[in-house]
Design a protein around this ligand. Structure first.
Ligand code: ADP
Ligand code: MG
Length: 708
């Protein structure tokens, strides 16, 4: 029978041999369609091609034997009230005990009847001084000849309760017989040939039912099973990347704003810059200017290490918008971060006479006034959290959206912001979007999360930057640490001390900022001025203390992680991080970025308790070894996994069936490259089909959703 291509989406219950009960079991594992079944890959293989005698068995190996049942019995353990079942089998060399520690049905009891010839496969373990097999795979054989037929490499799938491995294997075989012909790669044939990719059908077939030869080369890169596995990973990465690229092109169909560069504010700002832009900054600003000047909307990601000078680039982009009589919206993922941006920005914009507003959650009657300013266009730059995209905020002429992602935002909000704008703005053009990440993110991750954006990277630090020396120490070293801090203070420098908590709490082993500030002031640095900054202070209070620190009226600033972003005091040369074992790697890197911002050599001391865990030790060591944010990011991802690192478990990361974005970086890079070539060769219909397939596959993944 001729099979149509879309039949891979046939519900699994339509597969012969799958009844309602089995269907429920399979669906529990996420296997809802025939295609899902093909993607349910073996976790390992059992080599049944060699059948051993019982006498040849060794402990710990997985092996197959052919043996006859000599006795069998049910067991009952009175103490644990558990049931078990045991059969003893023998061949001409020896005997071995076979055990099931679970309730055993009539069917199995029939198979284990005395005199039956069985083929058994499983792990050989020891009980006392005797070998045993627990829960083996079992087949009843008519005679010795039948054993020959069963000598195959058997796939072993991850356990599905209530479903035998043999049943799964049978279903898989049937799926290949009935639907194998429908397996079709998203990769066009010509591209497949050009890059010498194995046909997708073959890869699936070999993974599920390999030959002995395939396994022999299993550990050789690019051949055997490994190669077929890569082909499958490539397939899903390819679909994903192609969909992102299509998305990226689609956005360019919208009408954008042609901003003219080098207006009055822009020129004034550049002329008054107290420093020379780095080459990287110059390059990135050119990229932004060029995008903004185009008639299609900008969709650009700006990445750079802490302190590399991203803010200046964002300010310049904002000034271009303002010079062209448009408004700018800057969104940050949390109120604290939004506030930090506000504090940084308003010193730039106030100077230029540009009106700026900070939009916060509950701000009472002020809110109305601010909204009015946004609506009538007097307010040129609006900074806030997602509060900016609430219903009652209406812009007059929004031209640029700057999003500080901090890896947490999720593109969903980006999408909402844009939707809203195209509805409620006077202009019918799509605003430009500049996405900034506060810290570098690993290359694969950015290809996955931001694959629909153009990327600008600032890969160069301002020249005046000094190296930061980092040391991981313990509580017992504190006297020496404080001595070192004092030496810096004597030279006129300033210091940060970071604590994980604000006030006393039940976590008594953690230091809190309030107590620490009091202690340092009275007992350690009585002749210096110690200040306190934490997240629960009012914005005016925070601003006040930060201004005093910046103005050198405070020598030592004790704070919580509110300083993570935004504080910029070049005269501060030491940062002490207490309970450093509590912080993630990227966060430590961010904190460290508060020093080394001026012309003086700086130090970072990470103090941890002796009870730290092994991963914590690794984090601290990584901090000692490098100050390169891109390396730190890769390391962080390896230690924590991409989901934890981003804190976006639900919100943003696509789930790949086989691919692991930490392990399979190179396949992702290859997929993106080849997807780029493929784009050029595909018709619009092809592209639509790919897009649909990807959307269906990764429902709710924001970078694939309708508005970028
Ligand atoms: P980021 O946002 O990338 O962490 P910032 O934009 O806050 O970094 O810049 C950090 C500090 O470096 C700021 O004080 C900024 O004024 C300064 N800075 C930016 N660019 C340069 C440069 N090219 N030369 C010297 N200092 C710079
Ligand atoms: Mg534009």
């Amino acid at each position: 029978m001729e099979k149509k291509k879309d039949q891979l989406s046939t519900p699994i219950i339509h597969l012969k041999g799958v009844g309602p009960k089995t269907a429920v079991l399979l669906e529990g594992k996420g296997i809802k369609t025939i295609e899902d079944l093909f993607w349910f890959l073996p976790v390992r293989y059992m080599d049944r091609s060699v059948i051993k005698t019982i006498g040849e068995l060794t402990e710990g190996e997985r092996a197959s034997i052919v043996a006859r049942v000599v006795a069998s019995r049910s067991l009952y353990f009175r103490h644990s009230r558990k049931k078990a079942y045991e059969a003893v089998v023998d061949d001409e060399t020896d005997s071995i005990s076979i055990k099931w520690f679970q309730w055993v049905g009539e069917y199995l009891k029939q198979i284990c009847k005395k005199g039956n010839l069985l083929m058994l496969s499983g792990e050989i373990t020891k009980f006392g001084d005797r070998f045993q097999m627990v829960h083996p795979e079992i087949h009843i054989l008519g005679d010795e000849n039948e054993a020959e037929d069963r000598k195959t490499i058997a796939p072993i799938y991850s356990e599905i309760d209530g479903l035998k491995q043999g049943t799964l294997r049978t279903l898989m075989k049937r799926a290949f017989e009935d639907y194998g012909i429908c397996i079709e790669s998203v990769v066009p044939e010509s591209i497949e040939e050009h890059h010498k990719l194995v046909p997708l059908y073959e890869a699936f077939m070999k993974i599920h039912f390999p030959d002995k030869d395939d396994l022999k080369y299993a550990d050789i890169e690019g051949s055997g099973i490994q190669g077929y596995l890569h082909r499958l990973i490539f397939e899903e990465y390819f679909l994903f990347q192609l969909a992102l690229l299509i998305k990226k092109e689609e956005v360019k169909k919208d009408r954008g704003i042609r901003f003219k560069p080098a207006g009055a504010c822009y020129r004034k700002f550049k002329a008054n810059l107290p420093f020379k832009l780095t080459y990287a900054q110059e390059r990135v600003i050119k990229e932004i200017e060029n995008d903004m000047g185009q008639g299609v909307p900008m969709n650009r990601l700006l990445q750079g290490d802490v302190g590399s000078g991203k803010t200046v680039c964002a300010v310049i982009a904002s000034l271009i918008a303002v010079d062209n009589n448009y408004q700018v919206a800057l969104m940050a993922p949390t109120e604290i971060l939004a506030e930090q941006h506000y504090l940084t920005m308003h010193k730039y914009f106030d100077e230029m006479g540009i009106s700026l507003a900070f939009l916060r959650g509950n701000m009472g009657s002020d809110r109305k006034r601010i909204l009015e300013g946004i609506k009538n266009g007097k307010t040129r730059v609006v900074i806030g959290t997602h509060a900016i995209i609430q219903e009652d905020v209406v812009f007059k002429r929004l031209g640029l959206i700057i999003i500080d992602e901090q890896h947490r935002f999720g593109v969903i909000q980006r999408k909402r912001l844009k939707e809203k704008i195209s509805v409620e703005c006077e202009t019918d053009s799509t605003p430009d979007a500049l996405v900034m990440t506060a810290t570098p993110i690993p290359r694969t991750l950015s290809m996955v999360i931001y694959g629909d954006l153009d990327v600008s990277i600032i890969d160069e630090m301002p020249k005046d930057r000094q190296k930061i020396r980092t040391k991981a120490l313990q509580d017992k070293d504190k006297a020496a640490v404080y001595k070192m801090v004092e030496d810096e203070l004597k030279k006129g420098r300033q210091a940060y001390v970071v604590c994980p908590l604000i006030e006393e709490s039940d976590k008594i082993d953690l230091l809190n900022a309030k107590e620490m500030a009091a202690y340092l002031q009275t007992s350690v640095f009585p002749s210096y001025r110690v200040g306190l900054l934490h997240g629960r202070m009012k914005p005016e209070e925070k601003e006040g203390i930060m201004a005093r620190f910046k103005g050198r009226e405070v020598d030592v600033l004790v704070c919580t992680t509110v300083i993570e972003v935004g504080i910029d005091v070049p005269n501060a040369t030491v940062i002490i991080i207490e309970n450093a074992e509590r912080f993630g790697l990227s966060q430590l890197h961010q904190l460290r970025g508060r020093v080394g911002r001026g012309q003086y050599p700086s130090k970072c001391v990470l103090i941890s308790s002796a009870k730290r865990t092994a991963p914590a030790v690794k984090r601290l060591r990584a901090m000692e070894e490098t100050t390169d944010g891109f390396i730190i990011a890769e390391e962080d991802m390896k230690l924590r996994g991409p989901g934890d690192m981003l804190g976006v478990r639900q919100a943003g990361l696509p789930d790949f069936r086989v691919g692991d974005i930490v392990r399979d970086v190179n396949i992702m890079i290859q997929a993106r490259k080849i997807a780029g070539e493929t784009m050029l060769e595909m018709t619009d219909d092809d592209l639509d089909r790919v897009q649909e397939k990807a959307k269906e596959r990764w429902k709710g993944i924001s970078c694939l959703s309708d508005v970028a």
